[in-house]
Write a protein that binds this ligand. Structure first.
Ligand SMILES: Cc1cc2nc3c(=O)[nH]c(=O)nc-3n(C[C@H](O)[C@H](O)[C@H](O)COP(=O)(O)OP(=O)(O)OC[C@H]3O[C@@H](n4cnc5c(N)ncnc54)[C@H](O)[C@@H]3O)c2cc1C
Length: 511
């Protein structure tokens, strides 16, 4: 008799989602996490007394387009989402504008500040909302070989698809130029699209911009208490259905006998057996835990890239005060702080040359403006996400260059909110190397693998493994950002993997 029906390796949010669905379906589940806490890149801890620091993802956007929270009744297990509206604060430092959940209000305000651009925004949403919705549908199901075709065809739903199709195949920077003549509008939209990694000049990257309409559909939210509120609720859901979650429990080996997964051996030597094993860790970590003969060449050939973002997390003894400040809107949403498109491309150029960006565009997040449990009264937490930063540097090491990179991020923010550096009472600097060492994100890629078209849908992580099953090892399943639909706080991979796992183990539908 095995110890569990299902052993889950890693407690990232996707793995927890799979575990929660499995436990809900009546399976006996054991989750084993390497770190001292659950959540992986969706976790929060009080790193400075009185200040709650997120370790990874902070903006909960994509998960709101999935049924995960409702189906797993996460509200009952303590998840409380706070709306972030305005969702975005876009600024070059001089002329801020806001993206509200309400698309009409956004377009109206935009038109008043930049004549013609509100109308362009409206047209952009009208043109691409059907496409964006069909992309969201594809995220919520296991990828099929025809998905790319379906996505492309959906571009023409109600439109002239022969007009729309070429746009999908273009770099998103070019598509933004087709719609927005004003750079102060275009640059922040392009900067947001750059969050998945590929630069604005990459062919086939337009979908990263074209799903922008989805922000107006699902909104932006924050779990009360920090990003980790989501994963804490998932843990409670698993335990409520009889599952067990172990932390400080790194898996060393996935045990395989005669081509069938048997269980896991922990670093400490303990062995646990199960009918099935699910890995939610990075696909290279999964490969490293398997006997060599079960690791196909494709698994070693996945493209992880060379890092791309880093974060400076600050505890401030006062509130963020922008030069051009609208209270409370400026502090509420994600600050898309970028001076020009050239700033982004220059950063990308430096990155290609192996250097940390000297003057980065920033995403500024001071979510204490919507959640007073994150910082003491009258003060803020401030996260500054910046791009681009190579994991492998052309000169020096991250130990020798971390201070320079940190100072350049702060200097860049001083352009928008002077005096912020004088309010710092605590900080965490997360370089690509830090992300690898502490969160297990190989080469600092927060999306696990590069989010390029050749590694999306049924090509993620590689074609034979895209159905959430490890080829050649019966009973071994995959979930997480290494699988479709990739990185981001979404839980869709966890849910898609659960549908395959639960069907296999119970021979019935999984919900
Ligand atoms: C700094 C940062 C900022 C981000 N910002 C955003 C954002 O604002 N919005 C957004 O949508 N996304 C954001 N992301 C991306 C998003 O958070 C991640 O893509 C996503 O959370 C990945 O989740 P996952 O469950 O797939 O994998 P992971 O979170 O990577 O989980 C894998 C888990 O496996 C564990 N593990 C590894 N090896 C072992 C082992 N041997 N044994 C046991 N356990 C193991 C790890 O410790 C980890 O807990 C950000 C990520 C980072 C790092």
């Amino acid at each position: 008799m095995p110890d569990f029906d299902v052993i889950v390796m890693g407690a990232g949010h996707n793995a927890l989602v799979t575990a929660a669905y499995a436990a809900k379906a009546g399976l006996k589940v054991g989750v084993f996490e390497r770190r001292h806490m659950v959540g992986g890149a969706v976790s929060t801890e009080e790193l400075v007394p009185g200040y709650q620091f997120d370790y990874g993802g902070s903006a909960h956007i994509l998960i709101r387009l999935t049924p995960v929270v409702r189906e797993l009744e996460l509200t009952r297990h303590g998840l409380h989402y706070l709306e972030v509206d305005p969702m975005f604060h876009a600024s070059d430092g001089e002329t801020p504008w806001f993206i509200h959940r309400d698309a009409d209000r956004t377009a109206r305000e935009l038109e008043a500040i930049f004549p013609g651009q509100g109308e362009a925004y409206r047209r952009f949403l009208d043109d691409w909302t059907p496409f964006a919705r069909s992309v969201a549908d594809l995220f919520n199901s296991a990828p099929g070989p025809l998905d790319m075709g379906k996505m492309v065809m959906s571009s023409g739903r109600g439109r002239d698809w022969m007009e729309q199709l070429p746009r999908i195949l273009r770099p998103y920077g070019d598509v933004a130029k087709e719609y927005f003549s004003e750079e102060r509008v275009r640059a922040p939209l392009v900067w947001m699209a750059a969050q998945s990694g590929p630069p604005p000049s990459d062919p086939l990257s337009a979908p990263f911009l074209l799903w922008h309409p989805l922000y107006h559909e699902g909104g932006v939210a924050r779990p009360k208490g920090g990003s980790g509120g989501l994963t804490k609720a998932l843990k409670r859901a698993i335990e409520a259905d009889g599952g067990q979650v172990f932390v400080n429990a790194p898996v060393k080996d996935i045990l395989v006998k005669d081509g069938k997964a048997q269980g896991v051996r922990l670093e400490g030597g303990e062995v646990y057996t199960a009918r099935a094993v699910v890995s939610g860790a990075h696909v290279l970590t999964t490969a490293g835990a398997l006997p060599d003969e079960y690791v196909p060449a494709s698994a070693r050939q996945v493209r992880v890239g060379n890092g791309f973002g880093m974060v400076l997390r600050l505890a401030l003894d006062g509130q963020v005060q922008y030069r051009q400040h609208t209270e409370p809107d400026s502090r509420t949403g994600l600050g898309l702080l970028i001076k020009s498109e050239q700033q982004l491309m220059k950063g990308y150029g430096e990155y290609l040359a192996g250097q940390p960006t000297s003057d980065p565009p920033l995403i500024a997040m001071s979510f204490s403006a919507v959640d007073d449990s994150l910082a003491p009264p009258g003060s803020d937490v401030l996260w500054l996400w910046a791009q681009y930063y190579p994991y492998e540097l052309a000169s020096g090491t991250w130990e020798t260059r971390v201070n320079e990179a940190r100072d350049n991020i702060l200097n860049a923010f001083e352009h928008y909110a002077p005096g912020t550096r004088d309010r710092i009472v605590g900080e965490l600097v997360q370089t690509p190397q830090w992300l690898e060492t502490n969160l297990g994100l190989h080469r600092g890629n927060v999306m696990h693998l590069e989010m390029s078209f050749d590694q999306m849908f049924s090509f993620r992580p590689w074609m034979k493994a895209s159905g959430y099953r490890w080829p050649g090892v019966g009973g071994l399943y995959l979930t997480g950002a290494s699988t479709h639909p990739g990185g981001g706080i979404m839980g869709a991979s966890g849910r898609n993997a659960a549908s395959v796992l639960v069907r296999d183990l119970t021979r019935r539908r999984w919900r």
